[in-house]
Design a protein around this ligand. Structure first.
Ligand code: HEM
Length: 434
């Protein structure tokens, strides 16, 4: 149902016209609608374009609270509509591919066990050692268009970088990585408005192929693993070997884990790079500040800057689905058992009750505990890798193409209309050839 001024709690200032949600106009700039919701209906029940009814949580305090609330399960079996086959939630093609056991779909104690095991393999140290490879990949991609003086930064840069990076980290042989690029491209192209990437044939097929490939790769690697770990062992081998109190991942769990790393780390990072560059190109003073600090060899502003870009226009607009396992009250609203709850990270991160001048991009912002990577037990496992890729991509681009500028009117840019993610379809730029 549409939201009306009547939804405003007593004592609120005149609400004005209710914003339309999930339209194309909303997709290009959802922030005014989120400001309205935060003020007038901070925990709001609405019908999503897929027909599923869900609660949207838009204030920072309630968003953080919901993300850490153990009564909100990640397991879709708790969805009240799941039994009627109405609730289209999760990864497209997931059900058929039997990928249900990944981290974003499970609760403790299973989640605790799997997260502990994967954390032994996917360590900050492994990510730090990967930095030279990310730099090499970044330079190679820029080499591909630097002489042309123009490029589409989504297609030629933000999209391939994370997919090649994760493939490399996992240990997918180079000669097979272009297949992943194609499958991932299919998934990205068909993210449909409001459906969280609804299960179209092509997407489901790509998911199935990726899954099948990873299962086979894991099987082969498991068979060929030696008795002791190699110092430069890939992440898949480390996942197979990881153990905790004598427990190890099963082959199926390792495959689901590799898949979720790919899935969770791909479109998110595409959008971090895409939205990040776009925001910088639209804020020349901030961009100049960053460029000067990079030139001076200072990495501090780059680090706080990438966090601010995540807060200001982050890749994950809504956290992934949660379902109430018991009745609870959130922001004064009664949430019934089985109700889906969607935490709107993009709205919480612009909450004036938490951030000073939240609509201003300030790369020097210090007090910046944004929710862009989530919060609580499902806090992003790949945050160190995302930071490495985001910082390397932005710094290298601004250094190699210092006069890079938008080659389109902002109003002509199109945003992908998926429910969970926020990102541009394309980002045309021009620059003096390198
Ligand atoms: C979880 C954001 C990159 C792997 C999450 C969550 C968020 C998030 C918001 C929590 C979702 C929820 O609670 O519903 C981001 C952003 C990224 C990024 C903004 C890029 C800028 C990555 C990368 C990887 C990754 C590069 C791995 C290669 C994961 C995994 C989870 C997760 C495995 C599930 C953790 C769990 O359930 O315990 N991410 N992510 N992410 N992310 Fe990321």
């Amino acid at each position: 149902p549409d939201i009306t001024a009547a939804d405003a709690p007593a004592g609120c200032p005149a609400a004005g016209p209710a914003p339309a949600l999930f339209t194309w106009e909303f997709a290009s700039d959802p922030y005014p609608a989120y400001a309205w919701l935060r003020e007038h209906a901070p925990v709001h029940r609405t019908e999503l374009p897929s027909g599923v009814e869900a609660w949207l949580v838009t204030r920072y305090t309630e968003a953080r609270q919901a993300l850490a609330d153990g009564r909100l399960s990640k397991n879709p079996v708790h969805h009240s509509e799941a039994a009627h086959g109405k609730g289209k939630v999760g990864i497209p093609g997931e059900r058929s591919a039997n990928l249900m056991t990944h981290l974003l779909n499970i609760d403790p104690p299973d989640h605790t066990r799997l997260r502990r095991l994967v954390s032994k393999a996917f360590t900050p140290r492994r990510v730090a050692a990967f930095a030279p490879r990310v730099q090499e990949l970044t330079d190679r991609l820029i080499d591909g268009f630097a002489e042309r003086g123009e490029a589409d930064l989504i297609h030629e840069f933000a999209f391939p970088l994370p997919i090649y990076a994760i493939c490399d980290l996992l240990g997918v042989p180079r000669e097979d990585q272009d297949d992943f690029r194609d499958w991932a491209g299919m998934m990205l192209r068909h993210t449909k408005a409001g459906q969280g990437g609804g299960p179209r044939g092509g997407v489901a097929k790509s998911v199935k192929k990726m899954r099948g490939y990873l299962a086979e790769l894991i099987h082969r690697k498991r068979a060929s693993l030696g008795a002791t770990a190699e110092p430069d062992e890939d992440l898949i081998s480390a996942l197979i070997r990881a153990s905790d109190h004598g427990e190890q991942l099963t082959e199926n769990e390792a495959a689901a884990m590799a898949f979720i790393l790919l899935f969770a780390g791909f479109e998110t990072t595409v959008n971090l790079i895409g939205n990040g560059i776009y925001a910088l190109l639209r804020h020349p003073a901030q961009r100049e500040l960053l460029q000067k600090s990079i030139e001076a060899g200072d990495t501090e502003l780059l680090a706080t800057g990438v966090e601010e870009l995540l807060r200001y226009d982050g890749p994950v607009e809504l956290a992934t689905w949660r379902f109430a396992t018991e009745e609870l009250t959130l922001g004064g609203q009664r949430i019934a058992v089985g109700d889906p709850v969607l935490v709107v990270l993009a709205a919480a991160d612009r909450d004036p009750a938490r951030f000073t001048e939240p609509d201003v991009l300030d790369l020097t912002r210090r007090d910046n505990q944004h929710l862009g990577y989530g919060h609580g037990i499902h806090y992003c496992l790949g945050a160190p890798l995302a930071r490495l890729e985001g910082q390397t991509a932005l710094a290298t681009l601004l250094t190699r193409l210092p006069d890079i500028r938008l080659a389109a009117e902002p109003d002509d840019l199109r945003w992908r209309g998926g429910l969970i993610m926020r990102g541009l379809r394309s980002l045309p730029v021009e620059f003096t050839p390198d």
